[in-house]
Write a protein of this length. Structure first.
Length: 186
């Protein structure tokens, strides 16, 4: 058990019979009344973000998490298979942990696997950016480059993304894995 003064971003707690990670928090001390902590918590399993307020006297049940680097090998149809690069042990991971990121993960990518104190895999962190090739997009039309908007494109991994007008089929682009948006042409 930890107190609210020990809260930090990335800390994982057991809350409402589920695991939540602190995205952001703010200690508030109003002029009148007791102090409290306003926070945003992300559900580890579903990815849903909730707002919650904790009293300063409240105790939180922190979950100890270890982070290990693993290499993504392949998807066998039911599970994503990762390998420990030091022991060469292979680990199968439930696709639920990669919901929304399945089009961003690439073979031989090094990811950070979060494992709790009971050896359960509770999350995966992808690198900040990945490089993918454009498989489909509308052709470039002269004069479109002045617009701020872009056009729809599909990468070789099936990711539907908005890109600038100058991007063509076959171009390689860098994508931010945190929000799935175009960063730059490579």
């Amino acid at each position: 058990m930890v107190s609210t003064s020990d809260i930090r971003n990335g800390m994982i707690i057991k809350f409402k019979n589920d695991l939540y990670e602190f995205i952001e928090f703010l200690h508030v001390k109003p002029g009148k009344g007791a102090a409290f902590v306003r926070s945003k918590l992300k559900n580890i399993k579903t990815g849903k973000v909730i707002d919650n307020t904790f009293r300063v006297s409240e105790k939180l049940d922190e979950v100890r998490v270890e982070k290990h680097k693993k290499e993504y090998l392949y998807f066998d149809g039911n599970f994503y298979v990762f390998m420990d690069t030091t022991s060469y042990e292979q680990i199968s991971v439930d696709p639920v942990l990669l919901i929304g990121k399945e089009n961003l993960i690439i073979e031989n990518m090094i990811v950070t696997m979060k494992i709790d104190d009971e050896d359960n895999i509770i999350g995966l962190e992808l690198p900040i950016s990945v490089i993918q090739e454009i498989a489909e997009c509308e052709p470039n039309v002269k004069g479109n480059s002045a617009s701020v908007s872009g056009k729809k494109a599909i990468t070789d991994r099936g990711l539907d993304i908005n890109v600038p007008f100058f991007i063509e089929v076959g171009d390689k682009i860098k994508i931010d894995t945190r929000n799935g948006k175009y960063q730059e042409r490579v």
